[in-house]
Design a protein around this ligand. Structure first.
Ligand code: ZN
Length: 370
């Protein structure tokens, strides 16, 4: 079953097509850049016989018909790199690796999805279920405009397959932490730092207390992390600072733990006299918990991988993806089905080109057999 897939895939010019795709700059906040690449994707899907429509302003939904509940395939075509990045970080092949913005996170995954459908069609091996392939444009922002569409489609689907990059060594992802984003705003009172410092109430002193308290919420045994990732405050060098703020990143394995942290933040009181503080925000992505259905889905993929010479392992990760939304709805979700690579969001972002043939074959076998 797998041999004919592999033979077909060995002739596919993965590196060339991925290099062309990565040469489109598609930062989440660049509507023109996103639109240019969306047209490329649209024609690619259309050439594969899909009916393609726009979900909202910028998300593409490609559909292939079938019987029963669909397989939902998720990917995003936005990147974190602002326009102009290609001038300093060009798309470049070095040996068996391709470097460039978004190659692993996650245009490489989108390519795997497209070619898997291509090979199944060519070999007349499309599975029985409908396939719904959703490509979104705002995942790197936390999916504010695509979340509703993802959840609506997931609720009608049998399973969700997410083409985000593989874990190290090619591992699939069967659990992801939930992501909470909070902002802490502190109001004190300004005063002259030399003439009347006693009349001031330092928002920055309060912030210092709160940062230490927030970091004490870290709980390795529960897998909970709390980090202040941005902080600012004050106006100039001789004024007691009246305002300060901080951005707090929270990661949790379970919804219950997310609620525990939310309650702790809501009940928090200031330390410095006459200062006020307020936390806003909340859980942006619910955790993807490893349910028995997710474990069974992984086991199915692992067996298919064996036939292809892949020794697939599963990992839990602290990073979130759109798979968090589908898993939280109880839809069996398997993530990390994209290529092997590294350096996501960084100067050395790259993919291992040798991973494309076996992982596309794996993805095709999943679509064929689920
Ligand atoms: Zn991604």
């Amino acid at each position: 079953m797998s041999d004919s897939l592999i033979r077909y895939l060995q002739d596919i010019p993965f590196a060339e097509e991925l290099a062309a795709w990565a040469s489109f700059e598609t930062c989440s906040d660049d509507p023109d850049g996103l639109a240019h690449f969306r047209h490329v994707l649209h024609s690619r899907f259309a050439s594969l016989g899909a009916s393609v429509e726009l979900e909202g302003d910028a998300h593409l939904l490609a559909r292939w018909p079938g019987k029963g509940k669909p397989i939902l395939v998720l990917g995003h075509y936005d990147t974190v790199y602002p326009r102009g990045t290609l001038a300093i970080q060009p798309v470049e092949r070095r040996g068996d690796q391709l470097f460039g913005p978004g190659v692993v996170d996650m245009k490489g995954g989108l390519l795997i999805g497209c070619v898997a459908i291509q090979v199944l069609r060519e070999l007349e091996r499309m599975g029985p279920r409908p396939i719904w392939f959703l490509c979104t444009s705002d995942e790197e922002l936390g999916s504010p405009t695509s979340r509703a569409a993802i959840e609506k489609l997931a609720q009608q689907s049998a399973v969700a397959l997410v083409l985000e990059a593989a874990g190290s060594g090619g591992a699939l992802k069967t659990a992801r932490k939930g992501v909470g984003l909070y902002e802490l705003a502190i109001m004190g009172r300004a005063a002259h730092a030399g003439v009347a410092p006693e009349q001031g109430r330092s928002a920055l002193l309060e912030l210092a207390h709160q940062i230490i308290w927030l970091h004490e919420l870290n709980d390795a045994a529960r897998g909970t992390t709390v980090n202040v990732c941005v902080a600012s405050g004050g106006t100039t060098t001789n004024v007691i600072p009246a305002e300060a703020r901080a951005a707090v990143n929270v990661r949790v394995r379970t919804i219950a733990e997310g609620e525990r942290i939310a309650a702790a933040l809501a009940a928090r009181r200031p330390i410095v006299e006459d200062v006020t503080l307020r936390f806003t925000g909340g859980l942006n992505r619910p955790p993807m918990e490893r349910t028995p259905a997710i474990a069974a889905l992984f086991e199915h993929a692992r067996r298919l991988g064996c036939d292809l010479g892949l020794e697939l392992e599963e990992i839990a990760t602290g990073g979130g993806s759109d798979g968090n939304f589908t898993a939280a709805l109880g839809i069996p979700t398997l993530d990390g089905l994209g290529p092997v690579g590294g350096g996501a969001h960084a100067l050395h972002e790259h993919v291992d080109l040798a991973s494309f043939v076996p992982r596309t074959a794996l993805f095709a076998r999943l679509l064929e057999t689920l």
